[in-house]
Design a protein. Structure first.
Length: 255
């Protein structure tokens, strides 16, 4: 019987050693894949269906997936699909920097959601929840979102609130809440491959996952405004389309 290849998704397994980016097209921004295969149990993978649109360009939402030999299905939940936190494949998996840069905006203290898309503290946080915005030397920035509460090191994100939330999320500085902005003298330098935090379920999120996109950032007298997002490409990982019977042994290719 001929195997049925599932064309609706791809699997991505990050390698442990970061490789140098290959030549890229003019419209493709190079990023290292933000994970290591060693951080997932055997048979678990980073997963994405496709890019999704944000501010007119591409972004990625990465989740985790595994093949359940009992149900004979690919699943994002390890056991109970109604639990969207500790029982999900990517919950608390480490995330690593995709590029060098400095942290210009962040938050690390929002609570993670339990079920559905409505987070705890919904009125005092923005869509990305716990996040890092890391500006590269060319002025563009990589945005990582939905980290697990308190998993981002304080050395990267010194911002804090009296009860773990900003005192006024509507007090804006340019395009960002003023309390998210890291003061110039406290901005941490990040190197590609450095630990950033752990996959969580903060912000407006349908389940534990990592959101990542590249965005133009303009600065004027310490005030940051965001421009359009930029198409990007990941390096240092392999991808494959899985079969309905769980076989992923064939045709692994570089991303």
């Amino acid at each position: 019987m001929q195997k049925v290849r599932l064309r609706s998704f791809a699997l991505a397994a990050a390698i442990g050693v970061l490789a140098a980016p290959a030549a890229m097209g003019q419209q493709s921004y190079p990023l290292y894949f933000p994970a290591n295969a060693e951080d997932l149990p055997y048979g678990h993978f980073w997963f994405y269906r496709a890019h999704h649109s944000i501010q007119g360009a591409n972004a990625n939402d990465f989740r985790g997936i595994r093949y359940n030999e009992t149900t004979k299905k690919w699943e994002m939940d390890q056991h109970d699909p109604t639990v969207l936190r500790s029982d999900t494949v990517l919950w608390s998996v480490p995330v690593y920097a995709s590029a060098d840069g400095e942290v210009i905006s962040c938050w690390r203290e929002f609570s993670d959601g339990q079920n559905g898309i409505n987070p705890f503290n919904a009125g005092v946080q923005t869509n990305g929840g716990n996040h890092l915005l890391i500006r590269n030397s060319d002025g563009n920035a990589v945005f990582y979102a939905h980290f697990q509460k308190n998993s981002i090191p304080t050395s990267l994100c010194p911002n804090t609130g009296p009860i773990g939330v900003p005192s006024n999320i509507n007090n804006m500085s340019g395009s960002f809440p003023a309390e998210y902005i890291v003061p110039a003298g406290q901005r941490a330098t990040v190197k590609a491959g450095q630990f950033l935090g752990r996959v969580g379920h903060s912000g407006f999120s349908s389940g534990p996952h990592l959101h990542i996109h590249v965005q133009q950032i303009n600065e004027n007298n310490g005030v940051f405004t965001s421009g359009p997002t930029i198409p990007h490409r990941f390096y240092g990982a392999s991808k494959v389309q899985g079969y309905s019977d769980g076989d992923i042994s064939e045709n692994w290719t570089s991303v």
